[in-house]
Design a protein around this ligand. Sequence first.
Ligand code: NAP
Length: 365
Amino acid sequence: MKKVGIIGWRGMVGSVLLERMESEGDFAKIDPYFFSTSQAGQVGPLIYNATHTLKDANNISELADMDIIISCQGGDYTKQVRPELEKVNWRGFWIDAASAKRMDDDSLIILDPVNRDIIDKALNDGIKNFVGGNCTVSLMLMGIGSLFQEGLVEWMSTMSYQAASGGGARHMKELLTQMEVIGNMAKPLMDGPILQLDQNISNLLKSNELESDCFGVPLALNLIPWIDSGVEDGQTREEWKAFSETNKILGRSKNPIPIDGTCVRVGALRSHSQALTVKLNKSVDLKTIEDMIRNFSEYTEFVENTPEATREKLNPRYVSGTLKTTVGRVRKMHMGDEYLNIFTSGDQLLWGAAEPLRRMLNIVL
Ligand code: NAP
């Protein structure tokens, strides 16, 4: 059996990956080893009633003993360790959740329901680095990949509503801590005048009393239209990824489709949503568009453009913990017959992070 090293298993993405691998029986197919940057020598996760002692994630010779390495540790770790493995001539497969190597020529961005043909070609060509895409990019493609595959998209604007857990385990806890403090302040004021309640909570949000080391400002009862660092032209890195990664996944880097928009962190706990404006390159009737979305994959769920269906299914509450990407609010816009309005929600920890890695492991095996 192939030796598979797993790093970052106790983080947000890694925890979801382990949960999925257990429920799909993946551990029966591999000889797993667990690594940590901070807890080497301690007891690792319980898999099929067996515990595993944690290996040191900075020990290159132990890492080089693996046939396959899956890293959910983060970009800094990838940048530090991957070149060291190269130096010792390691020829195993590197499967990664972090963005660090996504745009490198010796790496492929993996989302097999969309680009399985490109993955197979890369394997044949000897590519060893397979990297999960940015979460909103992968979820957008799982929602409307059929429109791209049919060659219908001239350009697209995407406005995201991204959950706290997109930042990792600590960010998720920070949001919940903020909510607890806010709830405790609000409780004794609930029967009093509404403006008093509003004033006290607003003052709390503006004070420095809410823990906000991760997000910089309170996220609860607030939003932050800036994710990751800045790049050129006023874009954030998260917004830049929509264009560059979508086109790399589709194998269109030399003939890219323009994609741009604003990425916004909101107080959802888990799962990202996006409002899309799609400019089609020709007029296509709405029923045909709906059928394309509906039939794209078993993981894509079309939501009728009604208030009931939208409230029930087009949100983090419905998709969290599932492999479904819901797609709704599909309608022609008043700008013209070639302009589509679409809204989509999906669990960024599953199709947006852990699931492409798990499936890539199976493809490699
Ligand atoms: P994370 O939750 O912050 O976990 C990363 C590592 O932080 C863990 O493996 C652990 O490493 C360490 N850690 C320190 N304190 C921790 C705590 N209290 N709980 C758990 N782990 C803690 O990060 P992540 O969200 O999983 O992201 C990992 C990589 O995936 C990043 O490159 C990220 O950009 C990418 N990604 C994330 C998402 C997402 O939605 N979160 C989606 C797509 C891609 P040690 O055990 O070695 O200390």
